[in-house]
Structures are given as C-alpha cells and as structure tokens.
Design a protein around this ligand. Structure first.
Ligand SMILES: Nc1nc2c(ncn2[C@@H]2O[C@H](COP(=O)(O)OP(=O)(O)OP(=O)(O)O)[C@@H](O)[C@H]2O)c(=O)[nH]1
Ligand SMILES: [Zn+2]
Length: 306
C-alpha cells in the first residue's frame, strides 16, 4: 500500500493511507543507511510504500521526490536537514507594513523556487492597513510581478473570507512562507478550520553551538490538500544555486540571456549582454536587475560559487 508522510518524530512516522486513514509506521533498516547526505531519511511530504507485518507497518520504499527544501544542519557541514518534500506550490505572504517585505527578499525567494521548478503565488496581505502611499506602492509591486507572470493576490486575512485562496489549494501540497508576522498562522487557522488534522515535525536544529527546536507542520485540509508551515524558513536554501545559474531564477531574464555574446555571461560587466540591453530598453525592470546584482554580490553567495 502507499501513503504520504505527515509527521516524523525520528523513529516513527505518521502516514495517511487511503486518503484519510492515519497509521504509524517504522522505517526498514536498509533505508536508514541508504541516504547519508541528509540527517533525516524521511520527511513530511514523502510518498512511501508500506507493508504490514503483524500489527506493525513498515516503510519499504520512498518514492523519488520531485523536490525538497533543506536547511544546513551545521555550519560548514556537508549534511543537510530536509524540511519538506514534494511541494506543488508556495504561497509567499508579503506585507508592505507590519512587517515590511522588500522586493529583494521576494526576488531571492522566487529565484530559489524557480530553479527548483516550484510555482510561487504572491499574496499581498494586510491591505486593510495601507494608506494612500502604500496603496500606490502595492499597485506598483503587484504589476511588477504580475507582468513577469506570477499569480498575485491582494488580501486581508482578518477581513476577507479567503475563499479565493482556499480554491487554489485543492489536491496540492502547499508551503506557506513569508516573514514573521505577515499572517501565516492566521491564514492556516482559517483554512484548516475545524476539520484539520494538525501534525508537527520536531526537528533538531544546531546553529553556532546553540540548540533550538523547530516544528515543521503539515495540515490536511479536508479532502482538499495539505498546507505546510515551516517556521524559520525565510526562503529556500540557495545551496544548489551557483552564480552562473542565478539569472535563470529570474524568469523574465531567460529569453534575453540567449542574446548574451558569451555563453558564460553572468550579466554584470560583460559586453553585449542580452540582459543588460533589455534593462536599458525597459524590457526588464531595473529594480529586478539591481536585486539580481545585489544577491549575486552577497558574500555568502560568492563563497558557494562553483
Ligand atoms: N490588520 C491585519 N492584521 C493581520 C492580517 N493578517 C494577520 N494579521 C495579524 O498579524 C499578526 C501576526 O499574524 P500571524 O498569523 O501570527 O503571523 P505569522 O506569519 O504566522 O508570524 P510567525 O508565526 O511569527 O511566523 C496577528 O496579530 C494577526 O492577527 C491582516 O490581513 N490585516
Ligand atoms: Zn549577459
């Protein structure tokens, strides 16, 4: 039989089979050894195959993941902690006030998701708090991303019925992300209502010698899909993104990149650069290009250059 992992506590996994039956399962020892790049072999979102021996269920196979998000477990270590897998889409919640979300933050997030082939929907929340000046800013940012081809939604979670958002989540695994305070929990509480199965994954997180515990949570929305809340994840790790690839994370750059004279062009100082020409001709937004340069120049990014 097959199922989907909704909770992991180290040795025992909660798995939903037949769409709505929750069982506990153990991992066959063989699978534990196979995967040593990650500190955890099974993660929320994994699709697995199970067999039953006596009263116990065992995971005998983890199906190939279409994607996953990671967090580096220990600085300078080569191992990573997986946080969630098989994500169909991300709702990135953005607010222009309480707190302020910069376009650079959005662009970094979009670039990481783009190269992993994960669709992002931008939700501009707390619009009830916007004065005239912020409303103008919202229109600007909304059209910036809408014109590039991202689905954008304006919202006020506390005032709207949020049905437009619920309708986007059918039969999908959706990750909810964004700065602290933008309204992720408010939305999840609304969406999951009374029929939620709230589950959490406790993961050990070591950083600079300090030990904290974080929770990855996956909530089932009736028959309508799953939402995952991963506190502390401000974006996808850029671990697999080299400076050479960054431009491909800016999806409107891609068609102009074919005009670059050099195949290895990173679109900074090279002559005859298709991307820079497109910026000059207003085909690419200057703001996006400046964010691209800024992300490219960040020290932590440079050190990962291949
Ligand atoms: N005015 C206004 N307040 C909102 C809206 N959505 C959420 N809030 C409030 O914003 C505050 C933070 O919301 P949360 O849902 O806790 O934010 P979060 O993103 O889960 O924050 P973390 O758990 O820290 O990551 C709460 O007081 C909410 O009531 C909105 O649309 N308008
Ligand atoms: Zn170029």
């Amino acid at each position: 039989m097959e199922g989907i992992v909704v909770k992991s506590t180290g040795n025992v996994y909660d798995i939903i089979i037949n769409n709505n039956v929750l069982v506990k399962a153990y991992l066959q020892g063989r699978l534990r050894l196979e995967n040593n790049v990650f500190t955890n072999p099974v993660v929320v979102g994994d699709r697995v195959s199970l067999n039953k021996e006596g009263q116990n269920y065992f995971i005998n196979k983890i199906f190939k993941r279409k994607n996953f998000i990671v967090r580096k477990s220990v600085k300078l270590s080569k191992t990573h902690q997986m946080l969630a897998s098989n994500i169909d889409q991300v709702l990135l919640i953005v607010t222009l006030v309480k707190p302020f979300t910069s376009t650079k933050f959005i662009d970094r997030f979009l670039a990481s998701a783009e190269v992993q082939g994960i669709q992002v929907i931008l939700v501009f929340n707390k619009t009830d708090l916007y004065n005239e000046e912020l409303k103008i800013k919202l229109e600007y940012i909304y059209s910036l991303y809408n014109n590039i081809g991202y689905k954008c939604i304006k919202s006020s979670f506390i005032n709207d019925d949020n049905k437009n958002i619920l309708s986007l989540l059918n039969n999908k695994i959706t990750l909810i992300s964004g700065h602290s305070g933008v309204g992720k929990s408010s939305l999840i509480n609304y969406l999951s209502g009374n029929n939620k199965i709230k589950v959490s994954e406790i993961s050990e997180h070591y950083e600079l010698g300090k030990h904290t515990t974080t929770f990855s949570e996956m909530h089932k929305l009736g028959n309508q899909g799953f939402v995952i809340d991963t506190p502390g994840i401000k974006g996808f790790g850029l671990v697999d993104l080299s400076s050479k690839d960054l431009a491909y994370g800016f999806k409107e750059f891609v068609k102009y990149k074919t005009n670059c004279r050099f195949k290895s062009c990173v679109c900074v100082n090279e002559p005859d650069c298709g991307v820079k020409n497109a910026v000059k001709l207003d085909k690419i937004s200057k703001e996006r290009y400046l964010n691209y340069l800024s992300i490219l120049n960040e020290d932590n990014f440079k050190t990962r250059k291949r």
